[in-house]
Design a protein. Structure first.
Length: 278
């Protein structure tokens, strides 16, 4: 379990506080979608979770251990895939040989399986790969480490449409009940069929912390003509198909698929009734 209590953080030389008195609890076995506007602290939170940044106030505990101390037994169970990274110009087998020792649960079998699912060869030189291929190799290695906490910052950036579909397949295939995956992204359509829990932040505000099943039990998502805009509608935006709406789900209403982009827009819109209903 990850416990964030009364977190305070700001970058040196900047008066703006990224987080102030921010609290959140995350449980194992879930795939979290971490959403927020640019500059609201999504990436910062990931770096705080793995101890690469230190909180000025408050605590972050992973299974009761403070991340700020970066204890080896904790670090071997955390892997972060940053939005931007470089891989050395060496063979994959050499890279694996250098790094696998840091992760006691590393599985060559999982690595090979992920590479096959990503339609990549098992033997390659990393410096000869495209950025999209490097991202798929790095994600494969991350999944193969067997860490209980896996953090991904904008993992689908640089991937084409078929690769995004493969990404969802590979991640879902390699999730386990004791693993926690946190995906920070602004490309919500890439992950809405993958995640099972949604966290939306806005500066130090926690706008939403709910499972996908709870969200779909409470709300419906769809399109309505102007004549069907009743009091159940909490948020609407015009589209070519009619008004895209988030509405209160009444007893007997069929469950609708989650529209993550529409939900996010509703949460960050000042005029949305979703704030009062949530």
């Amino acid at each position: 379990m990850i416990q964030i209590d009364h977190l305070g953080f700001g970058y040196p030389g900047n008066k703006h506080q990224v987080f102030s008195d921010f609290s959140l609890t995350l449980h194992e076995g879930n795939i979290y979608g971490l959403l927020g506007k640019n500059g609201t602290g999504k990436s910062t939170l990931l770096y705080l979770l793995c101890g690469l940044l230190r909180a000025k106030h408050g605590t972050i505990l992973i299974d009761g251990k403070p991340t700020s101390k970066r204890q080896p037994d904790m670090l071997r169970d955390i892997f972060l895939i940053p939005e931007e990274f470089e891989l050395p110009n060496i063979k994959l087998s050499t890279y694996v040989g250098i790094n696998r020792g840091f992760y006691p649960h590393f599985s060559q079998q999982v690595l090979d399986s992920c590479l096959r699912d990503f339609e990549l060869p098992l033997s390659m030189k990393l410096g000869e790969l495209s950025m999209g291929q490097k991202k798929k190799v790095y994600m494969s290695f991350a999944l193969a480490t067997g860490t209980r906490l896996l953090l991904m910052d904008e993992p689908t950036n640089g991937l084409d449409i078929p690769s995004k579909s493969l990404f969802r397949k590979v991640v879902a295939k390699n999730m386990t009940s004791d693993r926690t995956l946190i995906i920070s992204t602004h490309q919500v359509h890439d992950v809405e069929s993958l995640i099972d829990h949604v966290v939306v932040i806005n500066q130090s505000q926690l706008l939403l912390d709910a499972s996908v099943s709870d969200i779909c039990n409470r709300y419906t998502f769809g399109y309505r003509p102007a004549t069907a805009m009743d009091d159940s509608v909490l948020y609407a935006e015009p589209t070519l198909q009619g008004n895209a709406v988030v509405a209160t789900r009444s007893e007997g209403d069929p469950e609708s698929p989650l529209n993550l982009e529409l939900l996010f827009n509703a949460l960050v819109s000042e005029g949305s009734k979703l704030h009062d209903n949530h």
